[in-house]
Ligand binder design. Structure first.
Ligand code: ZN
Length: 237
């Protein structure tokens, strides 16, 4: 079965679905507890016909999604106090705020140690942690870019530069075809997920939409991208 991701815009809602073409005669829509929408359609179906059917079931799909959403274990608001956990490259580390020599953050023996010379407060801890994350993001995103770029050199596209910028609701984007922008929050995700976001954006150098050609390219450069995408969504939920 071959599959590709598509979007259906329904009012203000955007429904992302995985379209699988199968040997079946009728269309089947399933909404799974991980909030994925999988559509199995006869292999002869036109995308427009699939969209028409989805549009008719859109209210039902959204209702199912809302139902499953309530069970998603969301990371509670971080308070930057000892005992809570913080993510880094897909792993959770316990935070320990201690008295020490300098105001600094270090990762040691499976924990984030934030040490203070004077009294600490949550705002300062947050600022120190964010600064630490930014430095790591710079280093890891650059390495990821170098790793992923290797597969794209052969296409004769110009090498974009890499920028880091906070964005709402997205991990990466390609700006003017000349800069890849990554969200610094992505440093909390596993390294293969960072590579997935970089690879996705690099594919946009050749195709600026989410067309079949785009997904064919993505699949050829990163055959297991769907598993990694789910891992990213799961880790960062
Ligand atoms: Zn995209």
């Amino acid at each position: 079965m071959s599959g590709s991701f598509h979007y259906l815009q329904y009012g203000s809602k955007r429904i992302e679905y995985l379209l699988l073409s199968s040997a079946r005669k009728t269309l089947e829509i399933a909404v799974h507890p991980d909030s994925s929408v999988v559509v199995k359609a006869p292999s002869s179906s036109e995308l427009a016909a699939v969209e028409l059917k989805l549009r008719k079931r859109a209210r039902w799909i959204l209702k199912q999604l809302r139902y499953f959403q309530q069970f998603v274990p969301r990371t509670p608001e971080r308070r930057y106090i000892s005992g809570e956990t913080h993510l880094y490259l897909g792993r959770r580390y316990q935070l320990k705020v201690v008295k020490g020599e300098l105001n600094k953050v270090k990762l040691a023996r499976g924990a984030f140690i934030v040490s203070y010379r004077n009294d600490c407060d949550q705002k300062k801890t947050m600022a120190l942690m964010e600064n630490w994350y930014s430095q790591k993001a710079l280093q890891h995103f650059n390495n990821s870019f170098i790793r992923c770029w290797v597969s794209f050199e052969r296409y004769g596209v110009e090498r974009p530069d890499l920028k880091i910028r906070r964005m709402k609701n997205r991990w990466g984007s390609l700006s003017n075809g000349s800069s890849i922008i990554l969200n610094p929050e992505l440093i909390k995700a596993p390294s293969e997920c960072i590579d997935y976001v970089v690879t996705h954006e690099l594919c946009h150098l050749l195709f600026n939409d989410h067309s079949r050609d785009f997904y064919n390219l993505l699949g050829s450069v990163m055959p297991n991208w769907e598993r990694i995408k789910r891992k990213l969504e799961f880790t960062m939920a």
